[in-house]
Design a protein around this ligand. Structure first.
Ligand code: 13P
Length: 340
């Protein structure tokens, strides 16, 4: 393992003014997104959709790296250029989702465990050869009646650490993503407590697995109340509690934090990131690694029609630019009005 080189990639992933585009929806998840805009979930449509974002230089200038699904990393653009080459041409880094989704964790009241460790050491060199310089593994922690259990927090943290160690051995920067879901009716303090527990356990397991923190990026949820909680939180509250949680849990050797959006509205995800960077005072870069909060608008504008590609690209550029500004603490709500 060349830690200096891993660290260089990790720093580039969280470079000020840029963040990560999570375009790694599995075929099943992109179907849900396409269903919402009446687009058939074919391989060609998935390719065309992703291709128009990767080709759009004005959007990609705010994107430090792109997380791809296995199908996409092997796909070529309509003109035969590998999609990874389009990403590299935009001075962005290709990455790959390597987990294989979740399954029920036996003996719990509904917890899940992330799969994908079997055979991972054989898959990683192939992805590296194709151009991937970072990877992603997502652990999912739900909050609800009787969940999460100690077993799920521990087993998921352990799997994340084993994945991260394997990635570094193959010269790939691991994005470590323990996501505490915002689906329930829990309050913001509960999200804070469960996220704290999850992050403490995750860094303990990373330590046992000899993962070099300088060569990874953390992708956590922000501290927010559940979507169904009657008491929603202000931007200031989310920013303050997220910073407090992370400063209590994340060692300063980690180069950067790239948040998931997790079902927040596009503008909330931007406003929260921006406020944290306005406050500052923490040891890491803080940026975005958004899926839905970057892509909902371009998907809607495109709606599967060739003639709408420029509108889709404009919508992608706008959200990427807004989040790029938020990574610097320089976003303002009135800038949203300049949208296409
Ligand atoms: P969201 O921003 O839509 O939560 O997606 C990010 C991601 O990569 C989840 O694994």
């Amino acid at each position: 393992m060349n830690l200096e080189a891993l660290n260089k990639v990790a720093e580039a992933m969280v470079a000020p003014g840029r963040g990560i585009l999570a375009a790694d929806e599995s075929t099943g998840t992109i179907k849900k997104r396409f269903d919402a805009i009446n687009v058939e979930n074919t391989e060609a449509n998935r390719r065309d959709y992703r291709e128009f974002m990767f080709r759009h230089k004005d959007g990609m200038k705010h994107i430090s790296g792109v997380i791809l699904f296995d199908e996409t990393i092997w796909q070529d653009a309509a003109d035969g250029t590998p999609l990874v080459k389009l990403i590299e041409a935009a001075n962005s880094i290709p990455g790959i989702k390597v987990d294989e989704g979740t399954e029920a964790l036996p003996g719990t009241k509904g917890d899940v465990i992330t799969k994908g460790l079997d055979g991972l050491s054989k898959r990683l060199p192939k992805y590296y050869e194709r151009g991937a310089r970072f990877a992603k593994w997502r652990a999912v922690i739900d909050i609800g009646a009787g969940v999460p259990s100690h077993n799920t927090i521990h087993a998921n943290a352990h799997a994340l650490a084993r994945y991260a160690a394997l990635c570094q051995e193959h010269q790939i920067v691991p994005i470590v993503e323990p996501e505490v879901l915002m689906d329930g009716d829990h309050d913001i303090q509960t999200c804070y407590d469960i996220t704290t527990w999850t992050l403490k356990e995750t860094f303990q397991e990373l330590y046992y697995a000899n993962v070099a923190l300088e060569g990874m990026v953390l992708k956590p949820n922000m501290i927010v109340p559940g979507k169904k909680c009657a008491k929603q939180a202000s931007v200031d509250e989310v920013a303050a509690m997220t910073i407090k949680c992370l400063t209590n849990c994340v060692p300063s050797a980690v180069p950067g934090i790239a948040y998931l959006s997790g079902g927040q509205s596009d503008e909330d995800a931007t406003a929260h990131l921006n406020r944290m960077n306005e406050i500052g005072g923490f040891p890491w870069k803080m940026t975005f690694s958004y899926g839905r909060a970057l892509q909902a608008a371009p998907q809607k504008a495109w709606s599967g029609k060739k003639e709408n590609v420029p509108a889709g690209q404009k919508a992608f550029e706008h959200r990427a630019e807004m989040n790029g500004l938020a990574s610097l603490g320089k976003w303002r709500p009135d800038l949203e009005k300049k949208a296409a």
